[in-house]
Ligand binder design. Structure first.
Ligand SMILES: *Cc1c(COP(=O)(O)O)cnc(C)c1O
Length: 410
């Protein structure tokens, strides 16, 4: 029976004795406080220190936005709103959470390929920046601006003519549903001017989950150069230049944390160039997963321990219905294990090879496939690390009718 390779230690969480500590509390006690399993716990100290780490590595004048689709829990968005310079939303539902959280509307931007008329209207009324992704949106926004007597604030989301190399998920280059193809942008900008929308800048987002600094730097440079070329067609000076993000986190064996130093250097050069090319503009980067992913864990409890033909299965009370990504069914081509531990036996001497599976009637419901884990019994707590992004909100919670997962910020 092949055993899964091991991960880099998830050293952002420390332990005391056999207990993983979350927000300073032993995991067994935290489970009592929460009152039920499964749950997600997000550690606010880790959120804060991640932002501090980024600020230290990036030039001071680069603005840091949180793409809240990575974790829309209201308490997390509220906390992050106080840490970053702006929130990026992708629906009117997210816009509501961001506004409730106290985010400044002048620093909220709204992107997404199919914004409904009602969503555009809400965004204009709120005074947030709308990243235009089609010619249709211009005409609708012009009507809304006229009716509300409020100029729509817009940036143009460009579908670049290049890709983010080595990215988990590509969102630019080639034919895409996102943004407007770079070659059509001059014509679009003319229309923005004719319709008297308040043009404020460009938004480029090439891809996601990238662990190669050189690819991220290259995409940032190309995005900058493309925005510079397109800015010659702009109806007014650029005020925001959003160069995207794509910073990844390590999930799988062999992956290492992203080296921020070269990215910081690259952004320093770009922000230096921007002083002459875009004298009125702020450079923005927007990150989701990188800000929140490592600060979260998913905790489930072992319900049953079964041996099937020599293979040990730990059946827990949660699974793909709460954590689709960890099950390998959210965009992965080949299933690989997230880092997993038994949270109340983190320093156990006795280990075994076991698979952690959920209660759903589908073989896709796997949280760990043949990993080396502490020997454990029903009642023990299985922890999945790197679970702060694309967890609860990105999972089919109603599938098979189990209770919804609880989320806590500690
Ligand atoms: C999803 C998304 C993000 C966040 O991506 P991460 O990989 O979580 O950092 C940022 N910007 C846009 C436009 C997105 O669609």
């Amino acid at each position: 029976m092949p055993v899964a390779p091991t991960h880099t230690t998830m050293n952002q969480f420390v332990s005391a004795g056999n207990q993983l500590l979350v927000g300073g509390m032993p995991i067994s006690r935290l489970a009592e406080q929460v009152g039920q399993t499964p749950f997600y716990a997000y550690d606010r100290n880790l959120l804060r220190s991640r932002v501090a780490e980024l600020r230290a590595a990036l030039p001071e004048n680069v603005k840091l936005h949180f793409a809240m689709k990575a974790n829309p829990m209201p308490a997390v968005v509220g906390f992050m709103a106080g840490q970053v310079d702006g929130i990026d939303v992708a629906s009117a539902g997210e816009l509501k959470i961001a506004l409730d959280a106290g985010a400044n509307p002048s620093e909220i931007s709204f992107a997404g390929p199919g914004k409904r008329n009602s969503e555009l209207r809400q965004a204009v009324a709120a005074g947030v920046l709308i990243n235009i992704e089609s010619f249709r949106e211009i005409d609708i926004l012009a009507d809304i601006s006229h009716e509300l007597e409020l100029a729509a604030r817009v940036a143009v989301r460009v579908n670049p003519d290049f890709e983010l190399k080595g990215s988990g998920m590509k969102m630019g280059g080639g034919p895409k549903q996102f943004g407007v193809d770079a070659e059509l942008v001059p014509e679009l900008l003319e229309r923005v001017g004719e319709k008297k929308l308040a043009f404020e800048g460009f938004h480029l987002f090439a891809g996601s989950q990238n662990l190669k600094p050189e690819s991220i730097c290259e995409a940032q440079q190309k995005s900058y150069d493309l925005a510079l070329a397109l800015s010659r067609h702009a109806p007014s000076p650029v005020r925001f230049l959003n160069l995207g993000g794509g910073f990844g986190i390590p999930y799988f064996p062999g992956e290492k944390r992203l080296d921020l130093a070269p990215i910081g250097d690259n952004l320093k050069q770009l922000s230096h160039r921007a002083k002459t090319d875009f004298p009125n503009a702020s450079l923005v980067i927007e990150l989701g997963r990188y800000l929140v992913g490592e600060a979260g864990i998913y905790v489930s409890r072992i319900v049953d321990r079964k041996i099937s033909r020599g293979h040990t299965f730990l059946v827990v009370d949660g699974g793909l219905n709460h954590h689709l990504s960890a099950s390998g069914n959210f965009g992965q081509v080949i299933r690989k294990n997230y880092p997993v531990t038994i949270g109340n036996h983190v320093n156990a001497d006795q280990t075994e090879i076991a698979s952690v599976v959920g209660p759903l009637c589908t073989p896709l419901d796997i949280l760990a496939d043949r990993m080396t884990l502490a020997v454990s019994v029903p009642g023990d707590l299985v922890v999945v690390f790197q679970s702060g992004a694309y967890g609860a909100s990105a999972s089919p919670q109603r599938f098979l009718g189990h209770p919804e997962v609880i989320e806590v910020l500690v």
